[in-house]
Design a protein around this ligand. Structure first.
Ligand code: NAP
Length: 457
């Protein structure tokens, strides 16, 4: 895939970049590695100052970088600006809390015959981050902010369609005060990733993206015995039970499905509704999906902009066509509009059966599938039926049902009467083929640390 900014609203190529040469990549790895030896000795206070200064710059430049993100991957400008602000908040969160998250943990010295014993979190070194385009700032910041606060240094291989956002971020951290080499962007293609992962100076990797990409990075790192965190795809269930507030559930369902033009790993994708309220929920949900405005992502009135890539739209169309051919019903949307740009309308599909690809696969666009279920057992069975296990949502006012969903939805997170959101304060990650490891909260910052046991006789 060419490294280029291609405006998804028009299809126009705005700017192209040459991939870095092997020599350039080597130079950056060497700079990262030598920088780490001094950077790891900086104090939490110094790192926090640099991160807070970066957050202040980001807040001041939210419009500028928001325009960049919208131009590169098509999210609405209002959501791009909000993403920049969320990143600034995430940076301040780790600036404030890193030291307490990584404080020494006391051990039982008497039990192990020591005069003193404890466990200390130390940074690992140079970590490669392979990141997706869908939240081009936030996905990176939720790795970079804790990693830098822990004393690691980062190399970023961003998705090929968001090179300018990638370069903006490494420059931002430099302007915030981080020493040169702490966080660098490598403009490389995915075929150049293996050499970086196998370099002895790179000690760990994190990848957010699709299952094939995750599998490849994890296999190489497995071969090299290097730690990885994988944040992969999802096909989150959104279960609606009879006691739910249907108006509220339908309103949130729309946001949960079409956020980021339908391209979020934690978007609710499968709407699993108890038969007693199925028709009432479907009517409300479809009516709201039809009301959404699709169009220019820079327009304040737009709810849904284009999909980020031409291939992305073709993938969505293929899944919808496959379901329709096998007998699914299109309740709204389902056909691409005429004209330039990679737009796809908010779409709701019902009568999904197990032989349709959509039953198991992730649809990365504004397409919702509706399932009618007889009771909570069937709801949980359908919810857990995919190979994914990222987020999950259940709507019910019944306390016993809430407990049941919390216990039995097989996912990295469960949201009751709300939609799955990533918060700096809460751990984020998946099970099954949605990946492993955790980001955010105290758990996220400890992922790229060496927990060193200290025993003093
Ligand atoms: P993708 O194709 O896997 O790309 C993600 C990143 O991996 C890009 O930087 C890409 O580079 C790189 N890449 C692709 N193939 C690779 C390989 N074989 N080896 C090394 N790197 C490789 O994913 P995407 O289509 O951009 O993103 C959508 C997917 O990400 C969805 O499945 C979504 O659910 C998932 N996602 C998950 C989370 C989460 O937190 N769990 C968050 C956001 C998105 P190029 O661009 O150069 O190909």
């Amino acid at each position: 895939m060419a490294i280029a900014t291609i405006n998804p609203a028009t299809g126009e190529t705005v700017k192209t970049f040459d991939a870095a040469s092997t020599a350039e990549v080597q130079q950056k790895i060497e700079l990262a590695h030598s920088r780490w030896h001094s950077y790891r000795k900086t104090s939490f206070a110094e790192r926090a100052d640099w991160l807070r200064a970066s957050a202040d710059l980001l807040d001041a430049e939210a419009d500028e970088v928001g325009r960049l993100m919208t131009t590169e991957m098509g999210k609405t400008f209002k959501s791009a600006r909000a993403e920049a602000q969320k990143c600034a908040k995430g940076m301040r969160y780790y600036a404030d809390h890193a030291e307490e998250f990584l404080a020494d943990e006391p051990g039982d010295a008497d039990a192990v015959g020591a005069s003193k014993a404890w466990m200390r979190y130390q940074p690992l070194g140079v970590v490669l981050a392979v990141m997706p385009w869908n939240f081009p700032l936030w996905q990176v910041v939720r790795f970079a902010a804790p990693a830098l606060m822990a004393g690691n240094v980062g190399l970023l291989k961003h998705a090929s369609n968001v090179p300018q956002t990638a370069l903006y971020l490494s420059d931002l951290l430099l302007r915030g005060g981080f020493p040169e080499g702490c966080f660098q962007t490598l403009l490389i293609s995915s075929s150049q990733v293996e050499a970086v992962l196998r370099d002895h100076r790179v000690v760990a990797a994190t990848l957010t993206g699709s299952e094939p990409a995750g599998r490849s990075v994890a296999a190489i790192c497995g071969d090299e015995v290097k730690h990885t965190v994988l944040e992969l795809g999802g096909s989150d269930p959104f279960v609606v039970m009879p006691s739910a507030d249907l108006d509220k559930a339908a309103e949130v369902a729309v946001t949960a499905r079409v956020q980021n033009n339908g391209q979020s790993c934690i978007a609710a994708k499968r709407f699993i509704v108890h038969t007693d309220v199925y028709d009432a929920f479907a009517e409300r949900f479809v009516a709201r999906m039809k009301e959404l405005t699709v169009g220019d992502p820079f327009d304040d009135d737009t709810d849904v902009g284009p999909l980020a890539t031409e291939q992305g739209r073709e993938d969505v169309e293929e899944l919808v066509d496959d379901a329709v051919k096998a007998g699914a019903t299109v309740l709204c949307g389902g056909t691409r509009p005429e004209g330039p740009g990679w737009f796809y309308p908010p779409t709701v599909i019902s009568d999904i059966t197990k032989d349709m690809r959509m039953y198991l696969e992730e649809v990365f666009g504004p397409v919702a599938s509706l399932y009618r279920v007889a009771d909570i057992d069937e709801a949980i069975e359908v919810a857990n039926a995919t190979t994914f296990g990222l987020g999950s949502n259940a709507w019910t006012d019944d306390a016993d049902e809430q407990d049941r969903f919390i216990a039995d939805l097989y996912a990295g997170q469960v949201f009751i009467n709300g939609m799955t959101v990533s918060y700096p304060e809460l751990a984020f990650g998946g099970v099954k083929r949605s990946g492993y490891g955790r980001e955010l909260s105290g758990h996220g910052i400890r992922e790229f640390c060496n927990l060193k046991t200290v025993w003093v006789g």
